[in-house]
Write a protein of this length. Structure first.
Length: 276
């Protein structure tokens, strides 16, 4: 869920639909919009020599898309054995229950209300299917239940809406919190520095081949926006909508409602830290 279009200085991406890494194929959902960019990226993951696959974020409740994901697996000689969710927003998770019916899989997520089956997901857990290994990375901030999945064999990380392939994401206040989000970005940065992650497989937009550059850009962008909001308040702007009209005046007005969620999160952060 984005709150801005392509911004100056942001790393540019490559593959949008199709094979992105040795183990990751993107099946793009037909739900493009200002908030979802080109649509939701549904990720089909498997070891090259395995007949089992994992699907991350089946996407919206669109029968054609869900069947296209199944077909993409079958075309590659794979059977979907597990469904995972990065978070519960409908453009990622609404189709999960129907997808589970089509594939006979469990659905694992952080939020118990989104699960089909008894198993959730825990920080640092390694999910193993057919030789594939995915490490669960907690990345709250966009939403409280946001997760990322580290794919060590491809030096990649699936980020859901925490890092997008284009633009920046919404901190969806009040569920999303800016302090949590900044901590999550730092956690992702440490994956790029300490664990060799090079590629971002985002929930929307193209694949980013410079993972560290993308995360550093997000951190710098957030610091800049936060400083702009702080200055706007110091100059007498009082409401979130007033701040949006000033700070986000360069952003398409159709995205202002989403930007207001982020501004509310920024204002809460500034108050909590005694900065306003």
């Amino acid at each position: 869920m984005t709150d801005a279009a392509m911004l100056p200085g942001q790393p540019r991406g490559g593959v949008l639909s199709g094979r992105a890494t040795d183990r990751a194929v993107n099946v793009l959902a037909p739900n493009p919009s200002a908030m979802t960019l080109d649509g939701t990226n549904t990720w089909l993951l498997s070891e090259p020599d395995s007949d089992l696959a994992v699907v991350v974020d089946p996407g919206p409740l669109d029968e054609g898309h869900l069947k296209a994901v199944v077909a993409a697996a079958e075309e590659r000689g794979k059977r979907v054995a597990l469904t995972l969710l990065t978070h519960g927003h409908p453009d990622h998770a609404e189709g999960a229950s129907r997808f589970a019916e089509l594939t006979g899989t469990r659905v694992r997520a952080l939020d118990p209300e989104l699960r089909l089956g008894d198993e959730g997901l825990a920080a640092g857990e390694t999910v193993r299917v057919g030789g594939l290994e995915l490490v669960v990375v907690p990345t709250p901030g966009h939403t409280a239940d946001s997760l990322s999945f580290h794919l060590p064999a491809d030096r990649a990380v699936l980020t859901g809406d925490t890092v997008l392939g284009r633009g920046t994401t919404v901190v969806a206040h009040p569920d999303g919190r800016l302090g949590d989000y900044l901590d999550s970005l730092r956690r992702l940065r440490s994956l790029t520095v300490d664990d060799g992650v090079r590629t971002v497989l985002p929930g929307h937009g193209p694949v980013l081949e410079d993972a560290q550059g993308a995360v550093e850009y997000y951190l710098a962008h957030r610091a800049n926006r936060l400083a702009q909001v702080e200055t706007a308040v110091e100059n007498g702007l009082e409401t979130a909508s007033e701040v949006v009209a000033h700070v986000y005046r360069d952003v398409d007005r159709s995205l202002w409602p989403a930007a207001e969620l982020s501004v509310r999160a920024q204002l809460e952060y500034l108050r909590d830290h005694g900065l306003i």
